[in-house]
Write a protein that binds this ligand. Sequence first.
Ligand code: ZN
Length: 347
Amino acid sequence: MSDQKNQKYGTKEFYEERVGEHFAKLREHIDDTGFVLFFLAKKSAGKGTYSKILQNITDGKIMHLSVGDLVRASEKRALDPEQREEFVNELREFYKGSDDIDDVVDKFIKEASDLSALLPTEMVMALIEKAVKDNQGKALVIDGFPRSLDQVEIAMRMQDDFEKKGLPSAFVELDCPDDVLVQRQLHRVVCPECQTPRNVKVLLTEQIEYDEDSGEYHLICDNKECDNVRMKKKYANVTADDIDKIKAVQDQVKELIHHVREKAAHCHIKVSNHVHVDDAGNHDPDDFTLEASFDWDPESKKVIKNFKPWIIKDDEGREAYSRWPDPVVAELVKALSEWLDLKKQSK
Ligand SMILES: [Zn+2]
């Protein structure tokens, strides 16, 4: 939204201005050793968004590796009679399980079609390790592993192996309060025709319509193929039950993150997408996400958009400003470059 966020976001210039020295160092470290990060965040907290920003600003030197995508691509090869043998042979080099790899691939195909099931861990490990080898000279951001407490221990063992090969590896936690995720869901609207999602508070469309009869404001889909379609709210009347349900989706990942904080404190990097209101003075006010509200001007028959910083509650109940992804990624760039400096010094 041009009226809601800094035009420089997403560009290298933003990172050069904000964390130039660290940004340059980070790129040197990638050329030097590369690294492997395991991204951890609640569902819909923006792992994909953050990873894509890192990928874009480093011209692909940092690569987003979605385990879900990897699994789907592998499933395709395993199911294709002409590719299966080659696929199995490629994986054999990385596979460390005790069961026969052909049986594991069969099991994998069966379970991969059910996305809610956890895949055989040894298979996922082999896929990740192969991807790491295939992408030497790059830095990888792994999204979608570990997914269970057992897998945390396995990820830590993989990290030890990477480190032994001179490849620094850490967990990166993207901390995002429940309230942000709840509000995003509650104020989400979707175009009934093209399914484009927007948000009546934090992600508007160009045109807002006021309904004088009902006194309601409606976002109008920006898609030119949709003829001034009003977007629809998923939650019309919000109940406490709705909120509990949105929060409950995060229970498992919260447990996972907590486990990583305890077990892997030595290789755990954390960045927060929010800033406590008391601490706001230390930050650029442009970093804060803006919340929209509307007024109707009956004279001009126009909707007036108002913006103010979006205040949310963190998981401890403290008031905080939510931030745009780019300032958070800038902090991550700094944290990564400092972590890699330490790694290099300790060699
Ligand atoms: Zn539409």
